[in-house]
Design a binder for this molecule. Structure first.
Ligand code: PMP
Length: 360
């Protein structure tokens, strides 16, 4: 069997350990997952209500175009519905962009460490990958990224805020960058954690779309909206970019339940606001704890914290696992002595803070 060479030897994606597996392996009754930056408060109650109304419609294919959801998103963002790229999670939109714009004779520029899926999908498309290390403060090195762009560059990735360190770029820095990227090169602003951002000068990138048609903004329902299990994400782009990549989208890439759940979630902005406030409070509480322990904590604008310790990340991961907490080791994320922790609910964080002193 001769699988294509770009994927030969690539490891399969290994998400964090599932709760059930950890319970079984360590004989624990209660396990708290703080590894994948999900919403600890779930989704708006309106979501479950809406899902119940269409539970009997499973025999019928969903609307492949996702008309209702597109229209709701177009209204929310004040763009045309033709500018929306619906994906089975924003993971899938990343895949569409790579399939549509990258090939062996192209390259793509990204920060490192950053979200793993840009590199993976670009690798699969055989594009050359140019990785630019983040600065010591965890920011994208935009000047070095610009210097790396050449005529073959088709996509430059800006993860804002960045995963895994949570650091966000200001509007001024982002616009100054956009001004200097060649018009033929897409700039993807991945804003998976948009709803959690509290910094005042964070870019409103959707409003920049009309001035910068090469911009693609990614958002997701997996984080603050609490729909990670249903897989809905989207891109907002110029009409020509969105239409150009539409042929690579599978016919029914979002299911009917996911469509309705996302629509219901959009109707409850109050829930998002509440989650944002609680997250901010709890993030500060955890940050204070880590800083008092003497660790460096990146200035996160998200619902997770990356903490630099002097202990190998895998060792910390293991120690917390045995106590019933699934965290994310920094080792696979580019931070060998780092640990990434998703901000839990008050009760989850209380439990974490109870066991943490014995481990650090
Ligand atoms: N972008 C970033 C920066 C992420 O952290 C994630 C989720 N871990 C995604 C995209 C993908 O999210 P989803 O596919 O669930 O929308």
């Amino acid at each position: 069997m001769l699988v294509k060479k770009q994927i030969r030897g690539l490891p399969a994606y290994a998400p964090g350990k599932p709760i059930a597996e950890v319970k079984r392996e360590y004989g624990l009754d209660h396990v708290i997952k703080m590894a994948s930056n999900e919403n600890p408060y779930g989704a708006s109650p309106k979501v479950a209500e809406r899902i119940a109304t269409i539970a009997s419609e499973t025999a019928i294919y969903p609307d492949g175009y996702g008309t209702e959801l597109r229209e709701a998103l177009a209204t929310k963002h004040q763009v045309s519905e033709k500018q929306i790229i619906l994906g089975n999670g924003s993971d899938e939109v990343i895949q569409f962009l790579c399939r549509g714009f990258l090939s062996a004779d192209t390259n793509t520029v990204m920060a490192t460490p950053s979200f793993s899926q840009y590199k993976l999908n670009a690798t699969i498309e055989a594009a050359e990958i140019v990785e630019i290390p983040v600065t010591n403060s965890g920011d994208h090195d935009l000047e070095a990224m610009l210097a790396a762009i050449n005529e073959q560059t088709r996509i430059v990735w800006v993860c804002n805020p960045n995963n895994p360190n949570g650091v966000a770029l200001s509007r001024e820095a982002f616009v100054h960058f956009l001004d200097r990227v060649p018009k033929e090169c897409l700039v993807v602003s991945d804003e998976a954690y948009y709803e959690y951002v509290t910094m005042a000068d964070y870019p409103d990138s959707v409003s920049l779309l009309s001035a910068y048609p090469q911009l693609v903004v990614l958002r997701t329902f997996s984080k603050a909206y609490g729909l990670a299990g249903l897989r809905v994400g989207y891109g907002i782009a110029s009409e020509s970019v969105a239409q150009a990549i539409d042929p690579v989208r599978p016919p029914f890439n979002n299911n009917a339940i996911a469509h309705q759940a996302a629509l219901a979630a959009l109707e409850d902005e109050g829930f998002i606001q509440l989650c944002k406030e609680k997250n901010e409070q709890e993030r500060q509480r955890l940050r204070t704890y880590f800083e008092e322990e003497g660790f460096f904590v990146y200035p996160s604008e998200t619902n997770f914290l990356l903490v630099e310790t002097s202990i190998p990340g895998n060792q910390l991961f293991q120690a917390f696992l045995e106590k019933g907490f699934i965290l994310r080791s920094g080792e696979a994320l580019g931070y060998p002595t780092g640990i990434r922790i998703s901000i839990g609910s008050k009760e989850e964080n209380d439990a974490f803070l109870k066991v943490a002193p014995a481990i650090f």
